[in-house]
Ligand binder design. Structure first.
Ligand code: ATP
Length: 273
């Protein structure tokens, strides 16, 4: 059924405390929480509340998490849509789905609409990689632009979108009144990684030798998603070893396993190497 295609989580429990190591992005995005919570404060002075915020950064850095945290902090519903859902879609369905989503969002305002992988649908028109699939993608993109232009800035709907390819986006998406704000969500440095580890270590049963700082030093280049993965793998490894607490050796082995997984993934992406 069509309704099942968007999951409107009416109560998002995620808050900024779940998002670690993205201090600048969090600081910038706090403004959106204020727009949702007290729009009058801004519109009373004649200001126009932005409609669209683009989160830019590599995979797994916490873009979805950050968008959800905004909904959680503001206490508003969160509607999601993924650009990749529109690949291989029947004619007319993508555009209809966008219209439906915006209709629901307007009814539930104030709220957030989150579009993950917007580049899948928002590539420059006429430059698509997949011939044939292109017309439908363009229809979907056009309906997104029409919907964005069609609602008032004071409607209480804020659209957040995520991409790791801002360079391929159709410039029409970035015009004033559309996604005219960009926030970068980068891979964490060692301090950021330690903070993210602390979040994901919290629910685990740890041995006394576990040292978040040391683990962070051993995981250069890891994004938040990989850090979460390491913590979970370490718990599974320790369980298989019938331990009662997860120790540093388990983390070491988990890091190796996650690195191994990443290498495999890279090989699939670039088989010529
Ligand atoms: P993609 O672009 O691949 O969709 P993303 O940037 O949206 O990735 P998320 O889906 O938000 O990344 O991150 C995946 C998971 O990784 C989160 O649910 C969380 O468990 C963990 N994670 C990522 N970044 C952070 C962070 N900054 N702090 C805490 N956890 C994080």
């Amino acid at each position: 059924s069509r309704a099942a295609l968007f999951d409107a989580e009416n109560r998002v429990k995620i808050t900024f405390s779940d998002v670690a190591g993205l201090d600048e992005a969090k600081e910038e995005i706090k403004e959106v929480v204020d727009f949702l919570k007290s729009p009058d404060k801004f519109t009373n002075l004649g200001g126009k509340i932005p409609k669209g915020v683009l989160l830019v950064g590599p995979p797994g850095t916490g873009k979805t998490l950050l968008a959800k945290a905004v909904a959680g902090e503001a206490g508003v519903p969160f509607f999601t849509l993924s650009g990749s859902d529109f690949v291989e879609m029947f004619v007319g369905v993508g555009a209809a789905r966008v219209r439906d989503l915006f209709k629901q969002a307007k009814e539930k305002a104030p709220c957030i609409v989150f579009i993950d992988e917007i580049d899948a649908v928002g590539r420059s028109r006429g430059k698509g990689a997949m011939p044939g699939a292109n017309d439908e993608r363009e229809n979907t993109l056009n309906s997104l632009l029409v919907e964005m232009d069609g609602f008032a800035t004071d409607s209480g709907v804020i659209i957040m979108a995520a991409t790791n390819r801002p360079d391929v986006l159709d410039p029409a998406l970035l015009r004033p009144g559309r996604f005219d704000r960009q926030i970068s969500v980068d891979k964490p440095d060692i301090v950021g990684r330690e903070a993210i580890f602390r979040v994901h270590l919290k629910p685990l049963k740890l041995a006394g030798d576990v040292d978040a700082k040391k683990i962070a030093a051993q995981t250069p280049g890891f994004a938040g998603a990989e850090i979460a993965n390491v913590c979970n793998e370490a718990a599974l490894i320790a369980a298989r070893r019938n331990k009662h607490a997860i120790d540093m050796q388990d983390f070491q082995d988990a890091i190796d396993r996650v690195i191994g997984g990443l290498e495999k993934k890279n090989k699939i992406i670039s088989p010529e190497e």
